[in-house]
Design a protein around this ligand. Structure first.
Ligand code: ADP
Ligand code: MG
Length: 531
């Protein structure tokens, strides 16, 4: 009974169009953000968390340490944690708190809303791109000449496509990442950094952090409206999507498989999601296996049902398999192929994985690309409004022009290879050096050049294990979570289900949390009368 009630509320919040009769009930639980707010960019431009909290924020050292102490304890008690790289003497797992900001960071409400409002459009766009073979092939063909990892994915894609997809449905748990660009103070805009289609993390921890931030604000006696520091559990949406896919598979005894790394720092985020699935439907088993486990212990029946150590699997959720290092031998590749050929619903399917590559995202910014997939002009507008320019670097005159741009103004661009997970992009002088050295090399086909987004700096405290606490200049990246289920011809689910923020030191190029470059954060929504 409790489970049913919970699921209704999520569905309403996430996709109101689908459940109009339940809207009034939902409005009580999830206040609707007003859409008639008049955005005054230049006013926000002067605002940051220090302004929002005023003198309460800049407390003396003793008080600050007290807040810090309580915040860390709060993080541990709520499981806002990560597995340490170090192990105890007997090999036991050691835990540390997840890197987090002590307070939420200021985000203008209209920018936040724009990011939320385009999520259903992006879900649909990625799904359609993933089902357009010609687009994928044309976009990726030059990358495939030089990038071994993309070749590995493409080989699997080609094989399952030629055999005929056993499972027509794909499940997408996407995270669309944005920064708020303030280059032109009179025209502050939300701009897309990237959309993640594989192993998008922090749905669970991001949602838990809201409670920590409300707690730290409460300790300082800061009054805030709950709608300003919103409590939306993205992991509920993700769990709901996984269970919906499980239900569509249609076998009550079938399990859900999380594919994970042997050692994983981000294990708490994954476990929270697993337990959320369990809390929504305790009757469904969740298994965790590595690619090697799957190579050794999984098989396909004649009708391509996936059996893992004897258990049938309905849904495969990949939290691993986006980095070349995870495929050291043919065994890991064999395991990914086995999963892909099976009847299980994959999150992501190989075509969703390919549709999330940096190259595809660059091709989508070109004139006519989005329009080819999205027929609603309003949806095209919402999507395009978030794009900065991106350029091909393929050998040839068009690529040469982009090479010149990058060399002449390296600080205005980011150079991206076909990699996920942080730490692979090039910035500043490294861009110039790379482009000079690879001027006549095909290797540059595997890279794209993206205009740099310049987010506003504000002040916050970064609470990172092993580092001192300092009031620092920071910048933030907002991630919006989306869930999609569909086949080439039919949409089964399309929803937006929450958000997270990651915040890094101002002036740092990279911003991954698990790579130690950023801290988990939440948005503190402001509008004009708060500036
Ligand atoms: P990854 O798959 O490695 O996460 P991203 O495209 O998200 O790749 O880039 C990693 C980080 O680099 C981002 O979190 C952000 O901090 C920074 N970054 C990426 N693109 C841009 C951009 N266009 N402008 C400014 N910073 C960027
Ligand atoms: Mg990223």
């Amino acid at each position: 009974m409790t489970h049913c009630a919970c699921v209704y509320v999520i569905a309403v919040r996430f996709h109101p169009q689908r459940f109009p009769s339940l809207l009034s009930a939902a409005a009580k639980t999830f206040p609707v953000i007003s859409s008639n707010f008049k955005h005054q960019d230049n006013q926000w431009n002067k605002t940051n968390m220090v302004d929002c909290l005023g003198s309460e924020f800049l407390v003396d050292e003793k008080r600050l340490n007290e807040v810090l102490d309580k915040a860390k304890a709060f993080a541990f008690t709520k499981g806002i944690c990560m597995q340490s790289e170090q192990r105890g003497q007997d090999g036991t797992m050691l835990t540390q708190h997840y890197p987090f900001t002590l307070f939420p960071s200021v985000v203008p409400r209209t920018c936040f809303q724009e990011a939320v409002d385009c999520m259903l459009d992006f879900n649909t766009l990625i799904h359609k791109v993933a089902h357009d073979h010609n687009f994928l092939e044309n976009a990726l063909k030059n990358v495939l000449e030089v990038d071994e990892f993309t070749q590995g994915l493409w080989k699997i894609y080609t094989q399952v496509r030629e055999e005929g997809y056993t499972q027509p449905l794909s499940l997408g748990l996407f995270r669309n990442d944005f920064m708020i660009d303030v280059q032109d103070p009179d025209h502050v805009q939300i701009k897309q950094v990237e959309i993640n289609t594989i192993a998008a993390g922090a749905a669970s921890l991001g949602s838990l952090l809201v409670h920590l931030h409300r707690f730290t604000l409460d300790i300082l006696g800061k009054h805030y409206n709950k709608e300003v520091v919103q409590d939306i559990d993205a992991s509920l949406g993700a769990a709901w999507g996984i269970l919906k896919a499980w239900e569509l598979y249609g076998r009550k005894q079938a399990a859900i498989l999380f594919v994970v790394r042997e050692t994983e720092s981000n294990i708490f985020d994954q476990r929270h999601l697993e337990f959320k699935v369990f809390s929504l439907n305790p009757g469904v088993r969740v298994l965790r296996r590595t690619y090697l486990d799957i190579y050794n212990g999984a098989s396909l029946t004649e009708d391509k049902r996936l059996l893992v150590d004897g258990d049938e699997v309905a849904v495969v959720y990949l939290r691993a398999g986006y980095a070349p290092a995870e495929f050291p031998t043919h065994k890991e590749w064999g395991a990914r192929l086995k999963l892909e050929r099976s009847l299980a619903i994959k999150c992501p399917s190989i075509q969703y994985h390919l549709a999330g590559t940096k190259k595809i995202q660059q091709e989508l910014t070109l004139p006519g690309s989005v329009e080819q997939f999205m027929k609603d002009p309003a949806a095209v507008k919402r999507i395009r409004a978030t794009f900065v320019k991106q350029f091909r670097l393929d050998l040839g005159p068009e690529g040469d022009q982009a090479v010149e741009l990058g060399k002449t103004h390296p600080d205005m661009y980011v150079l991206k290879p076909q990699r996920e997970g942080g730490g692979h992009n090039l910035y500043g002088d490294d861009i110039r050096e790379f482009l000079e050295t690879h001027k006549d090399s095909k290797e540059r086909n595997a890279y794209i050049l993206m205009e740099r987004i310049f987010p506003k700096a504000q002040k916050n405290y970064l609470v990172t294990p092993g580092r001192p606490l300092l009031l620092s200049e920071v910048t933030s990246e907002l991630g919006i979570f989306g869930v999609y289920i569909g086949s080439a011809t039919e949409e089964k689910m399309n929803m937006q289900c929450g958000h997270m923020v990651k915040t890094k030191l101002f002036g740092k190029d990279e911003g991954g949390i698990s790579t130690g470059h950023a801290c988990l954060d939440t948005p503190f929504l402001i509008n004009e009368d708060q500036t």
